[in-house]
Design a protein around this ligand. Sequence first.
Ligand SMILES: Cc1cc2nc3c(=O)[nH]c(=O)nc-3n(C[C@H](O)[C@H](O)[C@H](O)COP(=O)(O)OP(=O)(O)OC[C@H]3O[C@@H](n4cnc5c(N)ncnc54)[C@H](O)[C@@H]3O)c2cc1C
Length: 397
Amino acid sequence: MPAFAPCDAGLRDNLDAANFCSATGREAGKPYDVVIVGGGAAGIGAAVPLLHAGVEDVLVIDRHGVGASFDRWPQQMRFITPSFPTNSIGMLDLNAVAIGTSPAFSLQLEHPTGRQYAAYLRSVAEIFKIPLRTGIDVRSLRRHGDRWLLQTDAGLIETKFVIWAAGEFQYPRLTSFPGSNHCVHSALIASWDQVASDEVLIIGGYESGLDAAIHLARLGKRVTVLDRGEPWEVDSSDPSVTASPYTLERLRAAEVRERVTLLGGVDVFEVCRNRPGYRVQLVDGRDLVTKARPIMATGFTGSLKLVADHFARRTDGFPLLTDRDESTIADGLFLAGPMVRHDEHIFCFIYKFRQRFAVVAKAIAERLELPAEQLEMYRMWGMYLDDLSCCGEECVC
Ligand SMILES: Cc1cc2nc3c(=O)[nH]c(=O)nc-3n(C[C@H](O)[C@H](O)[C@H](O)COP(=O)(O)OP(=O)(O)OC[C@H]3O[C@@H](n4cnc5c(N)ncnc54)[C@H](O)[C@@H]3O)c2cc1C
C-alpha cells in the first residue's frame, strides 16, 4: 500500500515503482529522451528538427491541445507577420515552423487568424507524426539524479531532457497597477463584438492594444489608447520594439484614424470604480473618466514563472541561456519560444525564435550520441542561427 496518493501529491524523493504514477502510462525508471512542454508554435516547431536529428523518443505534451493559445486569440485578431509561399525560392514563409510547410500555401491567406494558424500547427504535427499527449497540465519540474521529473495533474513524467515551450499567452499579466481588477485583460476577450460600450479606454499601446483599438474603431467605437511610451512612433526597423507595418497601415485608415486617440508618455497610477463608470488616475496627477471597464493590454507574465527556479536571470529579467538555449544552472533544461534572448537579440516572433530550434536539437542529439547530420540543411533555410553577430542591422531606408 503506498504511503501517499500517488497522483495528486507533490514531487517526491522516493520514486519506487509502487509509488510512481505515470501521466502517460510509461513504466517508472524508463525516462523519455525528450519531453517538450507546450504544443504551440515553439513546441511543435522544436519537435521537427529533433525527429530529423534521429531523436525518436520525443513526447510533446499540452494542457489543452495543439495550437491552444492561437485558438484563444480574440476572434478578429490576425497575424501581424505576413505569410507568403516563398519556399520555392529558398525563403521559408515567415510564419512557418517547419521546413517544407507554408501557412500561406495551406491556408491561402497572408494574415491568418489564431484559429486558422492553430489548424496549420495541427497539420504540421500530423504530417511530421509528432508524438503528442494532450490534456496534461505541467505544474512543476524537478531534477532527480540524471533526469527530470515533471509533476503534472495526471501524475509524473520522467525525461532526460526538457524543452520548455509553454509560451506566454495563457499567462496574462493581470496586476499591472492598483485597481487592475477593475479592468479586463485583452487576452480574455474572445471577440471584440462583446464590448458593448461606444467609448473604450485601452491601457497599453503595443501590438495587442493597437489591434484592439483598430477592431473596436471598425465597430464604430471611440477609442483612447494610453501608453508609457509611444510604440507607434518608435524609429526602428525591428518589430520587436515598434509597431509592425501591418498595424501602422491599419492605423492610418480613415475610419480608424478618426476614432482612435493615441496618448503616449502616460503612466497609469491606479484605476478606481467611479459609478457608473471608472476613473483612471495617472502618475502625473491627471484623471481620465470612462464609462466602460478599461481594457488592459499590458502584456504577459509568461509560463516561465512555473520554472523560474531553474533559470538564472539576465538584468532585464529574461532567463540566462547558454549559446544552445539551455539553462545555465539546470542541466538538460532548454527554452524555446518568444522568451529567448541573447545579448540585445529578442526572439519574440516565430520567424526569429524558429531559428533556434535546430540549435537545441543538435545540442540534445549530440548528448544522446546521435549524428544529427540532417540538421545541416536547416542552415540553408535560415533555420539554424548559431552566429548572432550577423543580426540586428537596422534598415537604411
Ligand atoms: C497577442 C499576441 C500576438 C502575436 N502575434 C504574433 C504574430 O503575428 N507573429 C509572430 O511571429 N508572433 C506573434 N506573437 C508572438 C509569438 O509568436 C506567440 O506568442 C506564439 O504563440 C508563441 O508560441 P509558443 O509556442 O511559445 O506559445 P503558445 O502558442 O502559447 O503555446 C504554448 C502551449 O503550451 C501549452 N501550455 C502552457 N502551459 C502549459 C503547462 N503548464 N502544461 C502543459 N501545457 C502548457 C498551451 O496550452 C499552449 O498550447 C504574438 C504574441 C501574442 C501574445
